[in-house]
Write a protein that binds this ligand. Sequence first.
Ligand SMILES: Nc1ncnc2c1ncn2[C@@H]1O[C@H](COP(=O)(O)OP(=O)(O)O)[C@@H](O)[C@H]1O
Ligand SMILES: [Mg+2]
Length: 221
Amino acid sequence: MIELKGITKTYFLGGQQVEALSSVDLRIEKGEFVSIMGPSGSGKSTLMNIIGCLDRPTGGAYMLNGIRVEEMDDNGLAAVRNRNIGFVFQSFNLLARQTALENVELPLLYAGVEGTARIAAEALREVGLLNRMGHRPNELSGGQRQRVAIARAIVMKPPIILCDEPTGNLDSRTGREVMELFKDLHVKGSTLVVVTHDNEIAAHSERVITLKDGKVLSGSA
Ligand SMILES: Nc1ncnc2c1ncn2[C@@H]1O[C@H](COP(=O)(O)OP(=O)(O)O)[C@@H](O)[C@H]1O
Ligand SMILES: [Mg+2]
């Protein structure tokens, strides 16, 4: 469902050129649980942003669910992203003034879905946080914030969930809670791609893709 061929990403910054990804070939099938590992600066976030249609490659071809996305304009990318991808970030990226329920409702509001509160509450129930739906992020623990972010990522029922160092800001016990949620999502059929330094997450995934200096060292297919 995710197929990258010869994907390159070059950043141009102040006259300098950084090749963040070079000739990346990668296939991820529907329902797989894959982790991506590699040192800082190896291109993991760049790769996730391209897979997640947040950014376009400089070169190469990207097929997502049979659609060629590398040449789409911003509106096209946004449409593909909204239908296919849920994101979870290291820093949670929740809106501070909004309650857990309101944060989870946001993607539904953008999509013009009816009955947002009921659907968002159901997603919070799935992550075990129904009893915290009226709390704002600063009234929640780190692990709970990340579970709200996961509820927000799954509320539109995207087939693919991308997580960029989701346990990077969590202690190991809380990280394990998040890990359990990923296992649930995997069992329910989601395709999960998780960038992580956490060996426990990597051990629970079905395949580890290793990046170094913008190249895939192992696990590409
Ligand atoms: N927006 C950007 N502009 C210029 N260089 C960038 C940008 N984003 C990332 N890079 C560079 O691309 C390389 C890969 O970065 P990144 O994908 O964030 O790595 P990782 O997530 O593995 O730490 C790094 O050398 C980084 O400095
Ligand atoms: Mg990164």
